[in-house]
Design a protein around this ligand. Structure first.
Ligand SMILES: Cc1ncc(COP(=O)(O)O)c(C=O)c1O
Length: 415
């Protein structure tokens, strides 16, 4: 085993980091080590500038005129193209709108409508729960449809795909373990059986490079408030491959998806391409914050981002395993770099209390029931020295038993 770097060596890694100037673009509270950008990304100066302009000038002064003069009406598609670029989607295939849950609903219906002679949705028991909940909702509206789950009906998702399957709904990076799937291989497997695939990219967008077009993905969804730093409740995105556009229908046929919304026609006529995934009026202030956040992403080299992400997670894993080996942490992520997203998880019977103790000491990660501590690594604003500091504090909390303080056992609504 190679020797671990000491703090001086770690500071030298920060000094040599090609992304280090990016940190200046964000608003980071003094003294905090923020390892929760996989849940809510931090604010940026650019997002605040956009919000201020949208509120004070466009809403405050220009009012209704801003729908035309400030590009409000087109924002779901203009921002969609910019998010699309970050996930390997050529222009015209991505829209920013609604929530990931709602976009899953639309994409599942669209996929099932493209495979009218098939009845099965394949998903993962270990996926983020909303994916399963939405699939259950879709099944409830389509007589004869049913759900097959990896982890319930077979151990591996690949074994569930056959000629009855209409669509596979799958998380690219698992929300709990951070495990990364091979997008091209699974998409190909589904296509060999005539099935379509919807990729949930919530923990991928802004975390690592991905190539939706190259992998021949059919649909994708994802959120913009995690690694993309769009802000709390920022709208999600939906991607549909151009080759499906002519035939796609989705049931939330609101006026924003209409071919001529301001003709106020009596009946629905689906708009061209990805526009038909829109439903109703979108949250403009949130979209404007996202616009600011995306300005930063225009300058990011995704290969460099991935390399630093892996450097941060490698270092965290090595330091935790060396310094905290005695305290019963169970590694829940992948040691293989090609199977690791940009987060690392450890299980512990008292994960909740330990995480609260960490937060009280200024190291913010989160807890996922029943026993997972998640640590997200965001290369644009994290330093290697932050990783060092987080592990020093974790070790101290475990060694001293500081987490046993009764206040750390009090459960909040959001964990
Ligand atoms: C993988 C995954 N899918 C979906 C969601 C939920 O998205 P939304 O609340 O935008 O519907 C999350 C939220 O954390 C997630 O991690």
């Amino acid at each position: 085993m190679t020797a671990l770097p000491d703090l001086a060596a770690i500071e030298a890694m920060d000094a040599a980091d090609g992304l280090r100037a990016m940190r200046e673009r964000f608003i980071l509270p003094e003294g905090l080590v923020y390892l929760d950008g996989n849940s809510l990304g931090v604010a940026s100066k650019a997002a605040f500038t956009e919000l201020q302009a949208a509120a004070a000038e466009e809403w405050g002064q220009d009012l209704i005129r801003s729908w035309n003069t400030a590009g409000w009406f087109d924002m779901p598609l203009t921002l969609g193209d910019r998010v699309g670029r970050l996930v390997g989607a050529a222009a015209g295939q991505t829209a920013v709108c609604d929530t990931t849950s709602i976009n899953i609903y639309k994409a599942l219906h669209a996929a099932m409508a493209l495979r009218p002679d098939r009845t099965i949705i394949v998903a993962e028991a270990g996926s983020f729960p909303t994916d399963i909940y939405m699939a259950e909702g879709v099944v409830s509206t389509r007589p004869g449809a049913s759900l097959r789950l990896e982890g319930v009906d077979a151990p591996e998702i690949e074994d569930l795909i056959d000629g009855d399957v209409a669509v596979v709904l799958v998380n690219h990076v698992n929300y709990k373990s951070g495990e990364l799937r091979d997008m091209a291989a699974l998409t190909q497997k589904a296509h060999e059986h005539g099935a379509l695939v919807i990729w949930d990219l919530c923990h991928t967008a802004g975390a690592l490079p991905v190539d939706l077009d190259g992998a021949k993905a059919d649909f994708a969804v994802g959120c913009t408030y995690k690694y993309l730093n769009g802000g709390p409740g920022a709208p999600a995105f939906v991607y549909a491959a151009a080759r499906h556009h002519g035939a796609i229908s989705q049931p939330l046929s609101g006026w924003w998806g209409h071919a001529r919304p301001f003709a106020f026609e009596k009946h629905y006529a689906a708009g061209e391409g990805i526009r038909r995934f829109l439903c109703g009026t979108q949250p403009i202030l949130s979209l404007r914050a996202l616009k600011g956040a995306l300005d930063i992403w225009d300058e990011v080299d995704m290969a460099a981002l991935r390399e630093k992400s892996l450097g941060l997670t490698d270092l965290f894993i090595a330091l935790v395993e060396e310094k905290c080996a005695a305290y019963g942490l169970e590694f829940e992520s992948s040691r293989e770099r090609e199977k690791r997203g940009s987060q690392v998880s450890f299980r512990h019977p008292h994960a909740y209390e330990i995480m609260q103790a960490l937060i009280a000491r200024g190291v913010i990660g989160d807890f996922r029931a029943p026993s997972t501590m998640r640590f997200g690594f965001t290369p644009l604003y994290l330093r290697y020295a932050d990783v060092w500091r987080a592990v020093e504090i974790l070790e101290e909390i475990l060694r001293t038993g500081a987490w046993q303080d009764a206040r750390f056992a009090v459960r909040s609504a959001v964990t």
